[in-house]
Design a protein around this ligand. Sequence first.
Ligand SMILES: Nc1nc2c(ncn2[C@@H]2O[C@H](COP(=O)(O)OP(=O)(O)OP(=O)(O)O)[C@@H](O)[C@H]2O)c(=O)[nH]1
Ligand SMILES: [Mg+2]
Length: 388
Amino acid sequence: MDTRTFRARTMPEAMAAVKAALGNQAVIVRAGNVAIAGGTLVEIKAGIASKAGQVAAPQPFVAGWKRPSEPAAAPMRPRVAPKVVEHPLRAPSIAPPAHPEPIAVELAAIRRLLGRTLISPSAAVGLSGPLGDLLTSLIDSGMPAIQADELVGHVRDELSPSELADPATLRLAASRRIESTFTVDASPLSGRVVALVGPSGCGKTTSAAKLAALAKYRKGRSVALVSCDSARLGGTEHLALYAAAMDIPFATAVSVAETHDVLAQWADRDLIVIDTPGCGPRDSAPIAHLARLLQAASCQEVHLVLAASLSDWSTRAAVRSLAPLAPSRAIITKLDEAGGIGHVLSAASSARLGISYTCAGPNVPDNIEAASAARLARRMLEPTPEVV
Ligand SMILES: Nc1nc2c(ncn2[C@@H]2O[C@H](COP(=O)(O)OP(=O)(O)OP(=O)(O)O)[C@@H](O)[C@H]2O)c(=O)[nH]1
Ligand SMILES: [Mg+2]
């Protein structure tokens, strides 16, 4: 039952340490983050699945070698089921935890992991073989380890041994399962006024220009562009240049009054795309101001723009801090610059945001596509390029 604990800065590093120490038969019992002074580390508890399916502490193995203190093997006796003793005490009443949901979810996940490795020996997923490869590649792609383990468990339960041995069938089943971990909402823009919000540098302005171009050139709609980005030098000029190049009317609106005026002036336009300043996780006052502007604009759709190249922490922080702007969908940008995309799919999913568009390059209007669940799942299964 003993396990070893491995800590590293990232999940791939921790997985590499597990694999180096325990080899391909390693079974992950638990994975998560631990707080240390000055930050967090990824922590994995792992052991080796013995034939009986138990997670055993790694032992030095030399053929014919026996521990000096080991007693001589006892004669075989039939195994007797352990006696179950009813506990005489009543269960103590425990105050509800401060955050019941995450703890309950975490406990359920740990129970499932332990159940799989200890109770159901045949179900243990080690790090070797096609299922092990699938688990490793999902974790490398940024999927949270517990979610990846659960997904691999579902695939294993769903397929027969011969199907598991067929790479194409395994890939198809994995792909379908991956698709069920996030939502795509690629329906056409439903609102007349659409705003793009997100952390700085994630591609809001470029995506606003791309959406305007799609509406004007592919759908023949009358479009206007608005910038609320007065926060920094050149904030509005970037979008103004795109607007001029595409012959689309453009205006700046940085106060509630200006926003009312601009929107009244363009009451006849089919689509108004609003670009906004980048907001960080500590920008609660600018976010509150932006919320007032979007309300003044009667904005019907807010898309949260998330660059896939952003770190897991920054992505989750953006999702949380920009929640007051009530985004309903997410645009994922910079797929061309990112390694794994699992963290951004998981963040969008936990905020219940359907993915509307994906962007894989800076070119306007080319590098934008309506999101496709199958394409994103395929991307999750692609090997993440090594950085040397
Ligand atoms: N490779 C790549 N670059 C992109 C993509 N989208 C935008 N960019 C580039 O990323 C940089 C930032 O894009 P912007 O559109 O200015 O980002 P923003 O969110 O408006 O930035 P701020 O207004 O500063 O918060 C620019 O150099 C864009 O050309 C993409 O999908 N892939
Ligand atoms: Mg911008």
